[in-house]
Design a binder for this molecule. Structure first.
Ligand code: ZN
Length: 296
C-alpha cells in the first residue's frame, strides 16, 4: 500500500495536548489569562458548523459551562472544549442561527487540524456525558483535571473510556472481501469490523470477527494503522489479512458479504452499484489503497 493511502483522517497535526498542565489548576488558569484562547461549545458530541468559515463555531470568550475542558496548545493558542447543557445549547443555537450537528456531516470540510480538534472534543464530551454517576458507588461524578478525570463523592477516579475495535481488509489473490449490514445505506459496502472482547488479543479479534461474519479464516495479519472513532467511543485498529478459504457463509449480523476483484469493484463504484465508506474513514484508506495496487 502506498504511503499516501495511509494518511488516515482525524490524526493530530500541530495540537500539543500538554497533558502535564491538566492537574496544575493554578498554572493553567494563569496561562489562560495571558494567552489567546479558543473556546468550542460542544453538546452531546456535536458542534455548530459555520459554512462561511469552513469551521465549527468557536470564540475567544469562555462559556458559562460546568467545566472548561483543556484540549491543548496549537503554538501559543490554548484550545478548550465547553460542554453545554440543554438550556445553554438552545440559547446559543438561537444566537448563532444554526444548530448543533454531527461531525460526520462536515468532517471533510474542515482542515486536518480542526477535524482532529473536533473529533477529540467530541470523544471527551461523550465520555463525560455518559458517565454522570460513578459505576462503583452510584454517587454523582464531577469533572477534574481540566475535564480529563471524573471524581465521585467518594473520590473514585475514572479516566476516558475507549473501546478497541478491529477493522480488516481481507484479500485472496486479486480479490478483497467486503460486506454490508441491512441498516446501511443501499449499495454501501465496507471492510469487516467488530469489537475486541475481554481477554482477546487484537489479532485473535481479527480472526474471530472475520470468521463469524463470513466463514473466512485468515492468516498473515498485518497492522495497517489506527483511527480514533468516538461514535461513541471506539478506537479503530486497522489490519490487512489473507484469506485461507473462499466459501463465504454470512451470519445474522451481515446482510451480504462478497468477494470483489479490483476490476469489478472499480466498475461498480463508477456505475454507482456500490458505494464505500466516506473518505474520512480508515475503511476508505484500506479499500482505496488496495484498489490502487496492481493485480498480481
Ligand atoms: Zn464512587
Amino acid at each position: 500500500m502506498s504511503k499516501v493511502d495511509k494518511n488516515i483522517f482525524f490524526g493530530a497535526q500541530k495540537l500539543d495536548r500538554a497533558s502535564h498542565l491538566r492537574e496544575r489548576t493554578a498554572e493553567l488558569a494563569g496561562m489562560q489569562e495571558k494567552h489567546d484562547c479558543k473556546y468550542i461549545p460542544v453538546y452531546h458530541g456535536r458542534h455548530i458548523y459555520m459554512n462561511q468559515h469552513s469551521s465549527f463555531y468557536r470564540r475567544s470568550k469562555p462559556f458559562e459551562c460546568e467545566s472548561q475542558c483543556f484540549l491543548g496548545l496549537v503554538g501559543n493558542q490554548m484550545w478548550y472544549s465547553c460542554p453545554l447543557d440543554d438550556e445553554q445549547a438552545k440559547k446559543l443555537e438561537k444566537e448563532v442561527g444554526k444548530q448543533f450537528s454531527s461531525l460526520r456531516r462536515y468532517a471533510l470540510k474542515l482542515d486536518d487540524e480542526l477535524a482532529h480538534i473536533a473529533l477529540y472534543s467530541r470523544g471527551l464530551d461523550l465520555w463525560q456525558r455518559n458517565r454522570r454517576f460513578c459505576p462503583k458507588c452510584g454517587t454523582k461524578n464531577r469533572l477534574s483535571w481540566a475535564g480529563h478525570r471524573l471524581l465521585c463523592e467518594n473520590n473514585h477516579e475514572q479516566f476516558p473510556h475507549i473501546e478497541p475495535a478491529i477493522i480488516v481488509l481481507v484479500t485472496h489473490g486479486n480479490k478483497c472481501l467486503l460486506g454490508r449490514k441491512a441498516e446501511w445505506p443501499t449499495y454501501a459496502y465496507s471492510t469487516l469490523a467488530g469489537f475486541v472482547e475481554p481477554g482477546e488479543t487484537i489479532e485473535e479479534a481479527v480472526k474471530r470477527e472475520v470468521e463469524e461474519e463470513s466463514n473466512i479464516r485468515t492468516h498473515n495479519i498485518q497492522y495497517f494503522g489506527s483511527q480514533p472513532w468516538p461514535f461513541p467511543a471506539a478506537l479503530m485498529l486497522a489490519f490487512i489479512a489473507e484469506a485461507e478459504n473462499e466459501d463465504i457463509k454470512v451470519n445474522d449480523e451481515m446482510e451480504d458479504v462478497q468477494w470483489f476483484t479490483r476490476k469489478q469493484l472499480k466498475e461498480m463504484l463508477k456505475e454507482g452499484y456500490v458505494t464505500i465508506s466516506p473518505r474520512y474513514t480508515v475503511a476508505h484508506n484500506l479499500i482505496v489503497g488496495w484498489l490502487e495496487e496492481q493485480d498480481a
